[in-house]
Design a binder for this molecule. Structure first.
Ligand SMILES: Cc1cc2nc3c(=O)[nH]c(=O)nc-3n(C[C@H](O)[C@H](O)[C@H](O)COP(=O)(O)OP(=O)(O)OC[C@H]3O[C@@H](n4cnc5c(N)ncnc54)[C@H](O)[C@@H]3O)c2cc1C
Length: 290
């Protein structure tokens, strides 16, 4: 790996690959370091129409359009006794995509490479060194048992490490969790789910339940991502009652006619039920020297 770069981007998710591509297209020397080897699993599949403008800016729109992701023309909400649809086709950017993130993120990372970004996958940033408040170099490690390690210095750091949040969590310690968004999500994938003929094409289905709400996201590989979101306190209470993730998920689903109907002929894709918490947060400061 090079020992110096103008811009170091940590993380090759959408934030990292987008920033790196934009800067490389402006003529900067950009190095991106990603811990995992892509494709890697990630949640966050239902994109908003505003992403089209970003895809245009980085010159990746044609590649994304050609890939065959599920086009998303809007959303359908069944909330308590009310239901309504959200129709993107009336907006300035009239659609979006439902994406299998492993494939979408890989496409964007490959695009970054094609625009001149030097990308190192399977390489983890272990720590940063500072000149006063300014980060100026990063220690990296790669390979089983850290067979290869080194240091790279930079003028500017872009921390796009997502929830790991190297700068925010380890150095600035400025990440805060809002009381209203202390949610837990439990989700999995279903094969052969139905489609909502009454909603915009490829819409996300959102259905409320007494303890929270469900999402249903149709994906291009004939699976549907189906997740339950509930407050952390409710989740903890249910766990203390001895309920498994599966029990919490299926009991809630019994109270969601929209999702039950979509899944009536579907089968759960074998594999562990997935769960995440503490994924909504804010940082006081998002830029600083370096
Ligand atoms: C349950 C749930 C549902 C969601 N649903 C949606 C949705 O429907 N639509 C939507 O738009 N968003 C959704 N999101 C949010 C979405 O997942 C995130 O906003 C998005 O992934 C953020 O992208 P990112 O590039 O910032 O981070 P990430 O995609 O997380 O990328 C960060 C990258 O940094 C790498 N990394 C971390 N530490 C290091 C290190 N030390 N060295 C090198 N690399 C490192 C990681 O391996 C990772 O690849 C959801 C989130 C959750 C938790």
């Amino acid at each position: 790996m090079n020992s110096t770069t103008q811009v170091l981007v940590v993380g090759g998710g959408p934030a990292g690959s987008t920033t790196a591509t934009l800067l490389a297209r402006e003529g900067f020397d950009v190095t991106l370091i990603e811990k995992e080897v892509f494709p890697r699993y990630h949640i966050g599949e239902s994109l908003l129409p505003s992403c089209l403008e970003i895809l245009d800016l980085i010159g990746a729109r044609e590649k994304v359009e050609a890939y065959g992701f599920q086009r998303k023309d809007g959303g359908y909400f069944a909330w308590g006794n009310e239901s309504w649809e959200l129709d993107f086709t009336k907006l300035r950017h009239p659609y979006s995509f439902q994406v299998v993130r492993a494939e979408f993120d890989q496409l964007l990372l490959e695009h970054a490479k094609s625009q001149g970004v030097k990308v190192y996958e399977g390489t983890e940033i272990r720590g940063l060194t500072f000149d006063g408040e300014r980060p100026c170099s990063a220690i990296w490690a790669q390979g089983p048992g850290d067979t290869n390690t080194g240091e790279i210095s930079f003028d500017t750091l872009v921390d796009a490490s997502g929830r790991a949040g190297i700068m925010g969590m380890r150095y600035l310690k400025n990440r805060h969790y809002h009381d209203a968004f202390q949610n837990v999500a439990i989700w999995g994938y279903w094969q052969g789910a139905g489609r909502m003929s009454f909603a915009p094409d490829g819409a996300i289905a959102v259905g409320s339940v007494p303890d929270g709400w469900f999402w249903g996201i149709p994906l291009h590989n004939d699976t549907m991502s189906v997740g339950l979101v509930l407050h952390k306190t409710t989740f903890k209470e249910k766990r203390q009652q001895g309920k498994s993730l599966e029990q919490i998920y299926y009991e809630a689903m019994d109270e969601c006619p929209l999702i039950l109907d979509l899944l009536k002929n579907a089968t759960f894709v074998p594999g562990q039920m997935k769960v995440e918490q503490d994924y909504s947060y804010m940082s006081d400061e998002i830029s600083g020297p370096g």
